[in-house]
Design a protein around this ligand. Structure first.
Ligand code: PLP
Length: 414
């Protein structure tokens, strides 16, 4: 028993299961996997070296891991309509890097969404390898609408002639028009990569346009709305298959994490069920209910609402910073993250916004009325940010709400 051998780690595991039960988690990039996915993540497949690809390995004894990797590939192909799939990237960032290294040379130009307007580090931020290896440029959202200005992207692409255009975001609440991105990439002769990390589950369920038809490469994490284990995945056109696979292994990685790939296979099977479609529909309904309720209570939402699983609340003018809000809410039992808003004047360690996402509360079974109730909790804390009494009261209410939506109950006693 782990508890006997290593009580320190056992206690941390139990406390994490407790935290995941007792807090309301609104971090847009997180989710709670099923017991089945948890099970295979902790399975014997963690023991196996399997450098290479199914049927072409550098190690013996790969007959079982070959089966799960092929299942994961086939399922992803079916769900997203992809010509080729690589399920081995260890993370979303390494998936993106693999795509760049497949078709670009160091110093080539890439054009992605600005980190400060909702893009991801790996889309060319200067502190990231993507911004260090390549000459990166970024587009943002319009100050008036909070939405991507596709005309501006086109103008930038015409002027810069990037070799790669990247669409996708970590903090953007509107539908992304991948067809327009493709037309821009085609016009300037650039490769087009769509990073669907945040919205992969919505796409799998048919609630967001699927870029697989348009893009040369589609990258994703598997652990956000897709609700699988922590990891990455790449879909691409058949013509890039060999080069991409070669970039991942032996280019960037050694042995794939076969227990995680098994988890990806299981999560992808779950993503094919009608229940998964219902889940994603509810994720969006919950997000819209929260955005409506926040606006009814006078909060500003960047772009005025949401089409997906998240929203950015603009706290400028309230006297609060994202950092202060995040810390007070956490004490009240509500975990979310501070986030820069477009054109933010506060530094990233402080920020003028918070990001709210609904994947986890929806996995727990919460519906619109619960989502609205949570907004009520948030509002009370933000209006009484210096009152430890209010924070304590809200924490008790959070506890009462969460009791109706237990998770990982078997793990609480471990
Ligand atoms: N791409 C996008 C759009 C993301 O939001 C993220 C993570 O939040 C990533 C890539 C990177 O994923 P990872 O943390 O697995 O490297």
């Amino acid at each position: 028993m782990l508890r006997d051998f290593d009580p320190e780690v056992a206690n941390a595991l139990r406390d994490e299961a407790l935290r995941e039960n007792e807090q309301i988690i609104l971090i847009a990039s997180e989710n709670y996997v099923s017991e089945a996915v948890l099970h295979v993540q902790g399975s014997v497949m963690t023991n196996k070296y399997a450098e290479g690809y199914p049927e072409h390995r550098y190690y013996g004894g790969c007959e079982n891991v070959d089966r799960v990797e092929q299942l994961a590939i086939n399922r992803a192909k079916t769900i997203f309509g992809a010509e080729h799939v690589n399920v081995q990237p260890h993370s979303g960032t390494s998936a993106n890097l693999a795509v760049y290294l497949t078709v670009l040379e160091p110093g080539d130009k890439i054009l992605g969404m600005s980190l400060s307007h909702g893009g991801h580090l790996s889309h060319g931020a200067k502190v990231n390898v993507s911004g260090r290896l390549f000459e990166s440029h970024s587009y943002g959202v319009s100050r008036e609408t909070g939405r991507i200005d596709y005309d501006e992207v086109r103008e930038m692409a015409r002027t810069l002639h990037p070799k790669m255009i990247v669409a996708g975001a970590s903090a953007y609440s509107r539908t992304i028009d991948f067809a327009v991105f493709q037309s821009i990439a085609d016009e300037v002769g650039a490769y087009f990569m769509a990073d669907i990390a945040h919205i992969a589950g919505l796409i799998a369920a048919g609630f967001h346009p699927n870029p697989t038809l348009h893009a040369d490469f589609v990258t994703t994490t598997t652990h956000k709305t897709l609700r699988g284990p922590r990891g990455g995945m790449i879909l691409c056109k058949a013509k890039f298959a060999r080069d991409l696979d070669h970039t991942i292994f032996p280019g960037l990685q050694g042995g794939p994490l076969m227990h995680t790939i098994a988890g990806k296979a299981v999560a992808l099977k779950e993503a094919m069920l009608p229940e998964f479609r219902d889940y994603q529909a509810q994720v969006i309904r919950n997000a819209q209910a929260m955005a409506d309720e926040l606006q009814a209570r006078g909060y500003k939402i960047v772009s005025g609402g949401t089409d997906n699983h998240l929203m950015l609340v603009d706290l400028s003018g309230t006297g609060l910073t994202g950092d202060r809000a995040e810390k007070a809410l956490d004490r009240a039992g509500i975990t979310l993250n501070k986030n820069v808003i477009p054109f933010d004047t506060a530094p990233p360690t402080v920020t003028s916004g918070i990001r709210i996402g609904t994947p986890i509360i929806t996995t727990r079974g919460m519906k619109e009325e619960d989502a609205r109730r949570i907004v009520g909790f948030i509002d009370r804390v933000l209006l009484n940010i210096d009152s430890e009494e209010v924070i304590r009261e809200v924490r008790e209410e959070v506890g009462r709400l969460n009791k109706n939506f237990p998770v990982y109950t078997g793990r609480l006693a471990e």
